[in-house]
Design a protein around this ligand. Structure first.
Ligand code: ZN
Length: 193
């Protein structure tokens, strides 16, 4: 095996060497608690190679490393405490047509495994239409997707998960879709310089 960052030989079942992992942690971005969009790392080498390997080559070990890097962050833990619902950023139409590997979904799924937050489908699925969903639920109690319920007693929190982001467009769309929820986003890396 060779390191995805520096191409040095590394033990089997590893994709990145300790030195490159250290460089990734040095790419950490500071986020304040008030920020709506938190990005953990700057999208630079060797993190960039790790993300590309996971998304394009569907490298399982690279995906595992990204899951660990994301879930170990203090910022991630803070936001998972805050969130009632976690959802992956909807993938583009192009990726859906081409059945591209959905890293945002995999990361969101991983984060909800050990937390109180519930994983919900991204907005482009039918489950995201709250009014439609609640009507459907009243008629038939059995439904395969977990949708966000209507709850007027308190404002619930939705955390959007994305792998690489450059803009707050998706977050704005989500807010328009769910005016009665607090919406925040957590991105593994930010492509902004
Ligand atoms: Zn390396």
């Amino acid at each position: 095996m060779v390191c995805l960052g520096c191409k040095k030989n590394i033990p089997i079942f590893k994709v990145i060497c300790f030195g490159c992992l250290k460089i990734i942690y040095e790419l950490s971005v500071n986020n304040s608690n008030e920020q709506k969009i938190s990005s953990l790392f700057s999208y630079q080498e060797p993190l960039r190679s790790l993300v590309i390997s996971a998304k394009v080559e569907r490298n399982w070990l690279a995906t595992q490393s990204l899951k660990k890097i994301l879930s170990h962050s203090v910022r991630t833990q803070y936001l998972l405490e805050w969130a009632d619902y976690v959802t992956p950023a909807p993938s583009s139409l192009w990726s859906r047509i081409h059945l591209k590997f959905d890293l945002a979904y995999i990361l969101a799924h991983h984060l909800t495994r050990k937390t109180k937050a519930t994983l919900v489908p991204p907005p482009w699925t039918t489950g995201w239409n709250i009014s439609k969903q609640s009507k459907r639920k009243r008629r038939s109690p059995v439904h395969s997707t977990q949708a966000i319920p209507v709850d007027n007693r308190s404002k619930k929190n939705i955390l959007l998960i994305d792998d690489v982001t450059t803009s707050g467009q998706t977050l704005n769309r989500l807010e328009k879709h769910f005016p009665h929820y607090n919406v925040r986003a957590l991105c593994l890396c930010s492509a902004k310089s």
